[in-house]
Ligand binder design. Structure first.
Ligand SMILES: [Zn+2]
Ligand SMILES: [Zn+2]
Length: 365
């Protein structure tokens, strides 16, 4: 009797031991690459890597250190305010004192913009008839793709979205379009009423003659080991990260993603123009996609051109170079480092209704 009890105890312990060790080996752990950080500046050396589930001591998740012997030697490029395009009216840039999200007390550029691009026209957005070609309308972003909002797109919406409720035109093929500033305000409301169902919503440049939007950008970016993630909703005050992604070199805002599900859920369409922008009366004209239209500063080494700055002061560059190649080593924010530009971002594909995924630098509070 006694012997039985002991042996069953042993079996139990033995079984438990096997269970423990097999748990350790079969753990659903995904090994990722870690980069050595000898100088402790939070930037990893791309040349010295280690594959593991969790960061070994002295290793970090990014490969952004150009010189891992010297924490002070990392290339940091200041915002160049001379690269912003101005006609004397569209924007003013002043230097102000500011405190960043990591506590750094520094200087920022305060960019105040009337939101009107000086390098390209705004619109068109909504075609007026289903016979119109692509030059009469803007674009729509869906599932990573950019679609021309021409007459055929409007005519095909019931098919495109698999929902017969869509019919945005009358018997003569004329597209229902918001007509007044009040329509543009009401139809852009999150609780848009049924009266705007099947309306193409467009707000015109004549509605935004008195806009002044302000952006505060650290002149000298400060890299953070842990990127700041953009918030989608959530309780106010939990996160101070600005929702604005950045500012184009023509002073136009790179906005948070357009709420396309809300827009479509109300059976409205609020197209972007071919430059990826549209208007609301509070923000003025703003971009939701980088389509290669806005002013860009070419790079002498063939790297994709600079199109603007993120709100942490790091440059935002086009997605692809002249050969159509996208960098393959972007981090979770869509950033990487090179020996000319230091840390910088590459913008997302236009069809993704997105610019960058997070901020790797401190932002102005
Ligand atoms: Zn918008
Ligand atoms: Zn790059």
């Amino acid at each position: 009797m006694m012997r039985l009890t002991i042996s069953s105890l042993v079996i139990t312990f033995f079984g438990f031991g096997i269970l423990l060790s097999s748990c350790g080996e079969d753990d659903a752990c995904v090994e990722v690459t870690w980069y050595q950080d000898v100088d402790g500046d939070g930037l990893g050396n791309p040349e010295v890597t280690f594959e593991a589930c969790e960061a070994p001591a002295g290793y970090v998740s990014n490969s952004n250190d150009l010189d891992d012997d010297d924490a002070t030697n990392t290339l940091v490029i200041d915002v160049d305010e001379t690269l912003f395009q101005s006609d004397g009216n569209n924007l003013t840039i002043t230097t102000v004192d500011c405190t960043l999200s990591d506590g750094t007390v520094t200087k920022c550029f305060q960019v105040v913009s009337n939101s009107v691009p000086v390098d390209h026209d705004m619109g068109p957005w909504c075609p007026s008839n289903i016979s119109d070609d692509a030059s009469e309308g803007g674009i729509w972003l869906e599932g990573g793709e950019v679609y021309d909002v021409d007459g055929a797109f409007i005519e095909n919406m019931a098919n495109f979205y698999g929902d017969a409720t869509w019919k945005m035109y009358d018997d003569e093929g004329n597209v229902y379009i918001t007509e007044t500033q009040q329509d543009c305000i009401d139809a852009a409301n999150p609780n848009v009423g049924d009266e705007y169902q099947n309306f193409c919503v467009e707000c015109l440049p004549s509605y935004i003659t008195d806009i002044a939007v302000s952006f505060l950008i650290p002149i000298t970016p400060v890299f953070q080991n842990t990127p700041a993630q953009y918030q989608m909703g959530g309780p106010p005050g939990m996160n101070t990260i600005p929702s604005t992604r950045g500012i184009a070199l023509n002073g136009v805002e790179f906005s948070a993603p357009a709420p396309v599900n809300n827009i479509l859920g109300a059976y409205t369409l609020a197209p972007f123009d071919d430059a990826g922008g549209h208007i609301n009366v509070n923000q003025g004209y703003h971009y939701h996609a980088a389509t290669g239209v806005s002013y860009a500063v070419e790079q002498s080494d063939g790297h994709p051109p600079l199109i603007g700055y993120a709100l942490d002061g790091y440059g935002i560059y086009a997605r692809t170079d002249i050969d159509g190649n996208e960098p393959s080593d972007l981090d979770e924010c869509r950033g990487h480092t090179d020996s000319v530009r230091g840390y910088h971002y590459h913008v997302d594909a236009a069809g993704n209704n997105n610019f960058i995924n997070c901020l790797h630098g401190a932002y102005a509070n």
